[in-house]
Design a protein around this ligand. Structure first.
Ligand code: SF4
Length: 477
């Protein structure tokens, strides 16, 4: 960047002014479009090389972005940029690439804000239980699990899904019914929002208005969204696979969402043909805040379907790491259409949990008051934060105690390393050894370690509780 651009890099939006912010937004929108074409459309690189003008006209790009794109498309260059000092980086990067990196960093910032603040329940019991589930997922998948924000609530406005993707990670069934915005339903919906806000706190406002289904299957989605926005001040995030089904409706929705505070929304793109149509139908500015998710093997960024739900049955090739689940919830899913509520958390898909969700219980409700009683009872019975008393305690199978030399005893899981000696009180190692065996209750562990190591029982309990809250003790079996 030149000195003027570097100076502006340190300015706030207010200092930059509206006109400059709009210029930057257009720049980022077009460049985002350029990168999307490069990774989603097979042969894009050659098409650009053969006839750059025609390429730019087709994808509505006002200029050549090849130089700016290198930092993102050439892995060798992107690692060079990462190793630079701030000063070196700012002089080496182009303004477009810099502004786009800022845009990406902002997205990560908002993802973390949701995970660490906006999704955190006021209710202490739910808050602690959710924290433990986050730790458990971190232990399993490390930083790969950071994309899961563990939303405490989702409200489904239809039962089933009309799209029928063969790879559907939550195994949605056929569309059975839709919860229309009648006077009676609107009242029930608003009462349910009120009830869940009473139970969860403001984090209920981080909810999505879909989960196992397609949000736009409901023709009244926008009306419900508007009620939700009035109550929470947040616009629910949305992922749709039918952006092209009724394009005027999608244009209208995007216009509406762009006026609201930052919201994540995504289009699932099911084929190259759909990608071309979406790029043709929507302008780069309209798609600025839309993540395009290519779900087809011809896309360069496609790394296989998550091995859960229908993808698991279809035995698609999968190489997306250890954590096979698309469930981003630790809390409640309320289906307004069939009047049920289920409590779930994300787990890797397996024969036991084929859809990558642990479903604690699913129950029908008759009214908002009834829902309150049911949800409170689920919290009491399943969100248990105390150490189990009568059950034998055991680490998850993937958690191992590595004891090469006494002092460096480590607790290791795929995404987790803990130096056991860092746990205060001295009971870390003997407790870990007993938890690895899985043959003892908490009381037995405390009694054994108190006798053999002469450690205060309170200290041993504290250590066990520490492991419990770290999410390394198996709570499902
Ligand atoms: S992936 Fe989404 S759109 Fe596709 S079938 Fe499943 S719920 Fe429906």
């Amino acid at each position: 960047m030149n000195s003027e651009e570097i100076k502006k890099a340190y300015m706030t939006n207010d200092e930059l002014g509206e006109a400059e912010c709009n210029r930057i937004n257009s720049l980022v929108s077009e460049f985002k479009r350029y990168l999307e074409v490069m990774v989603m459309i097979p042969g894009a690189e050659k098409a650009e090389k053969d006839n750059p003008e025609a390429f730019r006209e087709k994808y509505r790009l006002s200029r050549d972005y090849r130089e700016d794109g290198k930092m993102f498309l050439d892995p060798r260059l992107s690692s060079q940029f990462k190793s630079m000092s701030e000063e070196e980086y700012l002089s080496a990067v182009t303004e477009t690439a810099f502004r786009y990196s800022q845009f990406l960093n902002n997205k990560f910032f908002y993802r973390d804000l949701f995970r660490e603040k906006l999704c955190v329940p006021d209710n202490e019991v739910i808050k602690k239980w959710r924290e433990r589930q986050i730790h458990r997922c971190l232990g399993l998948a490390g930083s790969a699990s950071l994309g899961n924000i563990h939303v405490p609530l989702a409200i489904e406005l239809s039962d089933g899904c009309s799209v029928g993707c063969k790879f559907c990670g939550i195994g949605a069934g056929k569309l059975k019914s839709v919860f229309r915005y009648t006077d009676e339903n609107a009242k029930l919906f608003n009462d349910v929002l009120e009830t869940m806000h009473d139970i969860i706190g403001d984090a209920a406002g981080s909810a999505m208005l879909y989960y196992c289904g397609e949000p736009l299957d409901n023709p009244d989605y926008k009306k419900f969204m508007s009620d939700f926005y009035k109550k929470s001040g947040l616009c629910p995030q949305i992922t749709t696979a039918v952006a092209l089904r009724d394009v005027m409706r999608t244009h209208d929705l995007l216009a509406d969402l762009s006026q609201k505070p930052v919201t994540i929304y995504r289009f699932s793109v099911l084929s190259v043909d759909q990608a071309e149509k979406i790029l043709d139908e929507f302008t780069p500015e309209e798609l600025l805040r839309v993540e395009l998710l290519p779900q087809y093997p011809e896309a360069k960024t496609f790394s296989g379907f998550v091995d859960a739900g229908k993808a698991r049955d279809a035995k698609y090739h999968v190489d997306s790491g250890v954590y096979q689940s698309i469930c981003c919830l630790s809390g409640f899913v309320i289906n307004m259409s069939n009047m049920t509520v289920r409590m779930i958390t994300s787990v890797p898909a397996s024969d036991e949990y084929p859809t990558g969700e642990k479903i604690y219980e699913k129950k029908e409700f008759k009214s908002a008051e009834d829902l309150k009683t049911i949800v409170e009872s689920m919290i009491d019975r399943y969100m248990v934060n105390e150490l189990p008393k009568s059950r034998k305690l055991k680490f998850y199978d993937y958690v191992k105690v590595k004891d090469d030399s006494g002092d460096d005893c480590m607790l290791i899981a795929p995404g987790y390393h803990l130096k056991i000696k860092d746990i205060p009180g001295g009971a870390g190692k003997p407790a870990a050894e007993m938890l690895a065996k899985g043959d003892y209750t908490a009381k037995e562990i405390v009694s054994e370690i108190t006798d053999s190591e002469k450690i205060d029982p309170v200290e041993v309990y504290r250590t066990l509780y520490y492991y419990w809250m770290e999410g390394v003790i198996d709570e499902f079996h």
